[in-house]
Write a protein that binds this ligand. Structure first.
Ligand SMILES: [Zn+2]
Length: 422
């Protein structure tokens, strides 16, 4: 059995600490054999060969150091679930009914789930998280600062005019409170079937004014496309049932492209899922690759049995892509490495290096924190993972993703937040 130990917060905070290991993947240059990372003040002071080691030296032995993983999309409020809601292969509207029932079962207290989700993320080597905060942004900001870096996107739901106005007022309050240590703010109008287009426009305006990222679930299911195109289908039935449908909110013959055009006004937008982007939408995203990223959630995609994800088309066109676990409401865990392995099984032609980038730097870029995290470079925050080397793997990127490569340590801002004792 593996023991998890939380360490005192001392590594590399004041005095320099040097981590030496058999290999280091920096993603800022070729992998290093027999490398060293020097950490001071929570940041990377040097990366190079073993001989640069200074201060307290932590010899990690036969291990590999790599940038911490970036989970670009999750919903931590569901982290207390032991299995996804509903059953695999169910249609999207039926699954949403399960979510509504789960929230109504009450009393629903997301706080313990959010804390558990942050801990689980660290234990999976995730050092940065894009979290959709539906009801509890406060909990994230009040937690002790020992978790991963978080971008907390306040979720907006409002199909009717009156609800949209109320939501916007609470968004302004949320944004006015400013960032906290390790936690930044973002905005997440939920999805086309729960948010009127005018509320998306207001969210984009706030995102631009305040320079905060925006996340929007889009082109997730055929039911969503039907609702946009015809104003009919299982999602409309569900919204009618719960009294939330507003037939005037969405113009007929709408498409994800209409939303992409609006969202392209924001400085950094994450399009969550994008399972059903059409070719012209992919071209649009490629043209906006300096500000828009599609976040593919491989195991959630598989859970619903969607048509093949347009990942290869997006990448070939030059569009930006990142990876998320989504919440435990559609996924058994928050392990981004497991997510990347699933992605690799689905798209075996992609190189391990490309896949590691999707789960690290590209996620950081999507969230707008690429200057601080995502690679191991001097001046960046010292966020990294240590995994045990696997004996027969010469490609360090493949070794990092290998199921046998046990995670040994997760370091955030130079502090070893979690260590697994072999
Ligand atoms: Zn989601």
């Amino acid at each position: 059995m593996t023991t998890v130990q939380e360490l005192p917060a001392d590594d590399g905070v004041n005095a320099a600490a040097s981590y030496v290991a058999r290999r280091i993947v920096t993603l800022a240059g070729p992998p290093l054999d027999g490398g060293c990372i020097v950490v001071q003040g929570g940041k990377i002071a040097a990366v190079g060969p073993r001989r640069i080691a200074t201060g307290r030296v932590v010899d990690l032995g036969d291990a590999l150091i790599a940038p911490g993983f970036v989970n670009a999309h999750t919903h931590l409020e569901f982290s207390g679930l032991t299995k996804p809601l509903g059953t695999a292969g169910m249609n999207f509207a039926s699954w949403l009914r399960e979510v509504i029932a789960f929230r109504r079962e009450g009393p629903f207290d997301p706080q313990p789930a959010v804390v558990a989700g942050l801990q689980e993320s660290l234990a999976a080597g995730v050092t940065t998280v894009g979290e959709i905060a539906s009801t509890v942004p406060r909990q994230l900001f009040e937690r002790p600062p020992r978790g991963p870096n978080v971008t907390a996107f306040m979720e907006l739901i409002g199909l009717s005019e009156s609800r949209a106005v109320a939501k916007l007022a609470s968004l302004d309050e949320f944004l006015a409170a400013g960032d906290a240590a390790g936690v930044r703010r973002g905005i997440s109008p939920h999805a086309p079937y729960t948010v009127r287009p005018s509320l998306v426009e207001s969210a984009v305006a706030r995102s631009t004014e305040q320079g905060v990222p925006l996340a929007f679930h889009l082109a997730e299911s055929p039911e969503e496309l039907e609702l946009l195109r015809d104003g009919t289908g299982p999602l409309v039935d569900l919204l009618r049932e719960i009294g939330a449908w507003d037939a005037t909110a969405i113009p007929p013959k709408s498409r994800p492209l209409d939303y992409l055009k609006t969202l392209s006004g924001a400085p950094r937008t994450l399009l969550i899922h994008g399972n059903y982007f059409a070719d012209d939408e992919i071209d649009f995203l490629a043209a906006q690759a300096d500000r828009m990223t599609t976040v593919y959630c491989p195991r959630t995609h598989a859970y619903f049995g969607h048509a093949r994800h347009p990942l290869e088309k997006l990448l070939a066109a030059g569009a930006a892509v990142a990876v998320g676990t989504d919440g435990r409401c559609t996924n058994p865990d928050l392990d981004l490495r497991a997510e990347l392995r699933c992605l690799h099984r689905t798209f075996p032609n992609l190189s391990s290096e490309r896949i590691v980038r999707l789960g690290t730097f590209d996620g950081a870029w999507a969230l707008g924190v690429e200057r601080d995290v995502g690679t191991l470079e001097v001046g960046k925050q010292a966020d990294f993972v240590v995994v045990a080397e696997v004996p027969d793997e010469s490609d360090p990127y493949a070794a990092l993703l290998d199921e046998r490569a046990v995670l040994l340590r997760t370091v955030v801002a130079g502090q070893s937040r979690i260590e697994f004792i072999r």
